[in-house]
Design a binder for this molecule. Sequence first.
Ligand code: PEP
Ligand code: MN
Length: 262
Amino acid sequence: VWRGPEQQTSVVRMGGRSIGGPELMVIAGPCAVECRENLLQTAQAVAASGAGAIRGGAFKPRTSPYSFRGLGEEGLKYLAEARELTGLPVVTEVMSFHEVELVARYADVLQIGARNMQNFALLEAAGEVDKPVLLKRGLGNTVKELLLCAEYILARGNQQVMFCERGIRTFETETRNTLDLAAVPILKQNSHLPVVVDPSHAAGKRELVPALALAAVAAGADGLMIEVHPEPAKALSDGRQTIDLPAFDDLMKRLALVAQAV
Ligand code: PEP
Ligand code: MN
């Protein structure tokens, strides 16, 4: 994981696309896969706006066990269909080492969520499959701990890892989490792996997402992960932080300007 002198960012392949090269990778889609039509509509729209990958959880970590926890394998099938339709790779979360093989059968990128950053059995299982891994920073974890968690995956032979800063818990309550933008240059100075920023889970409020996304690109992020839904108010999870399709299209235009400048 550690960056050698003069070492460039490693390019990680994501299906037919890649992250870590000159082009900004924007991963967009709903928090959770809710139904087929909704997902396909979202996938087509974000693809038309220039997204490089589709996101959507089929296995959802929820604070309450009584909240919507995802469609499971049915959701993975809809994601595969969205890939067929758009040509975009699919990023989706795997929550347990028991499900790594199942999720890897459908996904192009395995997402390990913030709550599982230090789930070492899961990290090691992800280290044994030939799929890139998006490793999210834990809510209460340091950048150094995040770097060491990537080692668990790399040490098992899987070199295709990218980090994701998604905000950490602080005393501030205006945002859901505090986006630690310093993590971007720190990760990039210490590691050769690409860095993604998720402004949605940091902000917790959709009106804050564009500013954080633009700032992340200015700070040197290789990619973004943004929650998008045709009708955020009706989303089954994280609607408050989710932007709609026109807002995503508008944001993509502004991101292109910043990406060009850095
Ligand atoms: C998500 O990406 O939908 C998610 C649950 O994120 P996090 O693990 O960062 O909370
Ligand atoms: Mn979410």
